[in-house]
Every structure is written in structure tokens, then in C-alpha cells.
Design a protein around this ligand. Sequence first.
Ligand code: ZN
Length: 245
Amino acid sequence: MAQTITDPTQAAAELAERFSRARRAVFFGGAGVSTASGIPDFRSADGLYHQHFAYPPEEMLSHGFFVSHTEEFYDFYRERMICLDARPNQAHRKLAELERDGRLAAVVTQNIDGLHQAAGSRVVHELHGSTHRNVCTRCGETYAAEWVMATDGVPRCEKCGGLVKPDVVLYGEQLDEHVLLASVRAISEADLLVIGGTSLVVYPAAGLVNYFQGEDLVIVNRDRTPQDDVADLVCACDIAAAFDF
Ligand code: ZN
């Protein structure tokens, strides 16, 4: 049975201690890491998305919708998925610092906002891609999120006129095999795995955790997760506060 901590100060002290002992720590993060930076989780039912858009977000973020309603896809993508004003929070900053100090081997994230890199992290496996890379489907030219924001309607490649598609894994698309393999390798070689801001019910999060063979599994999440019972420590508190050490 896992030890559960609800006090953020105590959680931060425990995390500091565990990171100082670890030789190959890995952080696996979900939407909760980004919501602490003010980025809304489109899966959470706050009704926000239904104010301006005629379709549910899961449909607008599907491969089929991108193909059949490309302009409406980009309306949603520009307004809701690209968050250029968001800044890294304490969790992002601490993880970057731990990597610089040689205490963290990798970040594996389900988020697409690039905030780990903005905080200074270098080894970041982005399972669902990134809004900061948008790729011409014809010639492969890559465009930044700022470039997409400056376009109207369906963005076309400046070099060849081809359709530009976000390097984001849409519903109905496969995860990038190289990113997935790198994530599996990082997790399977880790001695400390800290999972944060994810309920661990959505593929591939739940499956990836099974590759962990280390001794110390920590979960930082406000709500209970299905893995709580196999964890060594559960920090049921705010993730930014838990990384304030
Ligand atoms: Zn092109």
C-alpha cells in the first residue's frame, strides 16, 4: 500500500529526497502539468469548447476532421491548441534544473505545448507531438506556431504551396514509433519514475508505466489513479507546489 501525502510542502520534501537518491530518474507527465500554466485540458468537461465551435473537441482533433474540415480544424487549432502566452510553471522549471544537475534522464510528456523545452529541458519525448512544429505534407518544410498564427484559413507552404499539418498526433493517428520506443527505453531504464498530472487511464499512459522496472514509483496527481496501489508514494496535491523544492 502506497504512502499518500496531501500536504504540498511535505510532498516537495519527499520528492527532493527521492531525486537526490536517484541515478536515472524519469518524469512522465500529462495534462495536469500544463493546466498549472493555464492551458486548458480539452478533455475536462468545463463546457468552454462548446461556446464557439459546432463540434466536440475530440471530433475536431481527429484525423478525419482534419481531412474533411481543414479550415474549421485550423480555427480550433489556432484558438484553443496553440497557447503562445503560456509560461512554464514551477514543475517545468524544477524538471529542467534536475536535468541540468544530472538528476533527471528524460521527460516523457503527453502535452503538445513545448513548455518543458521553454523551461530548458533538452531530453523531452513528446508522445503526442508539438504545436511548435507544423510540417508541409508535400515538401517537409517545418513552420513554427507563430507562423501558423499569422496565417488565415488553411495554411499553405511558402515554398511549394502544399498543405501544412501540425506535427500533433490526432485522434485516429498512430503515435510516432521512434518517440514511443525512446519513451519505453527511458522508462524501462529508470530507477525513479515520477508520474505527474495524469489520471493514467488514457492510452498510452497506462501501458507505458508497465515498462518501469525500477524501485521507486511516485505519482503526483490531485485525483486518485488506477496505479496508486502499486506506487511507492502518492502525492495527492498541486503539481507545481510539489515541485517547489
Ligand atoms: Zn512545402
